[in-house]
Design a protein around this ligand. Structure first.
Ligand SMILES: [Zn+2]
Ligand SMILES: [Zn+2]
Length: 327
C-alpha cells in the first residue's frame, strides 16, 4: 500500500528488480452480450501506467476491478474530483493496443471516448484504418482521433505499426512487437510486450493455422519459443471461443480447446521440446456465451483444456475485474 501511495506521489515508481507484469481483466468474453467483452490491462510491475489490450468493455470492467479491490492505489479521496472509476480510466491507462477491428474488441473504447484523456492507440495498418474509416468517421461516432474525416477532436493519436518491428508503447514504459494473425478472412494480430528481461503476449482472435491455411500462428510460436528459451516469457492471453465439437467449417476464425492444445504443442517444439512449457501461464479469453438452457461453455472449455493438458501449461480463466501478478 505504501508503495502505491509513493508511486502516486512521485508519478512513477522505480523498482530496479522489476521482472514481471500486473494483468487486470476488464472483459473476458467474445460477442453475444455487451458489458463483458474482451479487454485486459497490462503493466510492468515497475511502472504506473497500464496498456489496454483491446477495449470491448472498459468502464464496466474498471468498476468490477475496483469493487474487488484491484486498484488499491486509487481511493475516493485521491481520485477527487473524479470518481475512482474515472480516475483509473483517465489517468491509469496510458494507451491502447487494438488487435483487430471487430466490435467486441473496441466497443468500450468508442462509447467511453468522450470522457477520455489524450492517449495513443496502437495497431496494424488494417486495424488503424478500420478505426479511422468505419468508427471514428464523424458518422457512426464523432472523430475523436487526430486524423481522418470531419472535425478532429484529437483525443486519440492513431499509431500504425509494421509487423515484427519493435516500437515504444509511450508512457507505459513497455516495448511492443506486433505479429499478424488469421481470423477467418479478417486480419488480426498478437502483441508481444516487453520490458527489462520480461515479456508477455496478447493474442487477438485467431483460427488454427491448418483451418486458416496460414503460417501466422506458426510465426508467433517461433517468436515466443525464443522468448521461452531466453526465460523471458511470463505468460500469454489467447482465445478459446468454443468448446470441442464445433466443426472446423463453423469456427469462423476461432480456436477450440483441441486446436489450442495442438497449437501449443507446436510452441513447445520451438521452445525446446518436452517440458519446456511447464508452468507457463496461459490465460483463456474470448469465450462465447451460449443462450442454450443449461449450457456452460466456460466450464466445458476449461475442463477440456485440463483434460488434454500434457504440456504442463497453467491454464487460467480470469473473471471480469480479476487481477493477476506474473513474476
Ligand atoms: Zn472477437
Ligand atoms: Zn474478431
Amino acid at each position: 500500500m505504501k508503495k502505491y501511495l509513493l508511486a502516486l506521489m512521485i508519478g512513477c515508481w522505480i523498482n530496479p528488480a522489476a521482472a514481471g507484469f500486473d494483468v487486470i481483466a476488464l472483459g473476458v468474453n467474445g460477442g453475444v452480450e455487451e458489458g463483458n467483452l474482451t479487454s485486459y490491462l497490462v503493466r510492468s510491475d515497475d511502472q504506473k501506467l497500464y496498456l489496454g489490450l483491446d477495449a470491448g468493455s472498459v468502464l464496466p470492467g474498471i468498476r468490477q476491478a475496483l469493487e474487488k479491490g484491484n486498484f488499491p492505489e486509487v481511493t475516493e479521496e485521491n481520485a477527487a474530483p473524479l470518481t475512482p472509476q474515472g480516475a483509473v480510466f483517465r489517468n491509469l491507462i496510458g494507451g491502447y493496443f487494438i488487435s483487430h477491428g471487430h466490435l467486441d474488441h473496441l466497443a468500450g473504447l468508442i462509447i467511453s471516448s468522450p470522457e477520455d484523456t489524450k492517449k495513443p492507440i496502437y495497431g496494424t495498418a488494417d486495424t488503424i484504418g478500420t478505426l479511422r474509416q468505419h468508427y471514428f468517421n464523424g458518422r457512426v461516432w464523432p472523430n475523436f482521433t487526430d486524423t481522418g474525416s470531419g472535425l478532429r477532436i484529437g483525443t486519440y493519436r492513431l499509431n500504425q505499426q509494421r509487423p515484427d518491428q519493435r516500437f515504444s508503447l509511450g508512457l507505459t514504459g513497455l516495448d511492443g512487437r506486433i505479429f499478424p494473425l488469421s481470423h477467418g478472412g479478417t486480419p488480426s494480430s498478437m502483441i508481444l510486450v516487453s520490458r527489462n528481461k520480461a515479456s508477455f503476449a496478447f493474442f487477438g482472435d485467431t483460427g488454427p493455422d491448418e483451418v486458416e491455411r496460414s503460417k501466422n500462428l506458426d510465426a508467433s510460436w517461433r517468436a515466443l519459443g525464443e522468448e521461452i528459451k531466453a526465460k523471458r516469457l511470463k505468460g500469454m492471453i489467447i482465445e478459446t471461443s468454443y468448446p470441442d465439437g464445433v466443426p472446423d467449417s463453423k469456427l469462423f476464425g476461432h480456436l477450440t480447446p483441441d486446436w489450442l492444445l495442438k497449437e501449443l504443442a507446436q510452441l513447445q517444439q520451438y521452445a525446446g521440446g518436452e517440458g519446456s512449457l511447464n508452468g507457463l501461464t496461459v490465460i483463456i479469453s474470448h469465450v462465447k456465451p451460449s443462450l442454450k438452457a443449461g449450457a456452460d461453455p466456460e466450464k466445458e472449455i476449461m475442463a477440456q483444456l485440463e483434460k488434454g493438458n500434457n504440456l504442463g501449461v497453467k491454464f487460467v480463466r480470469m473473471q471480469q475485474g480479476d487481477r493477476l501478478a506474473l513474476e
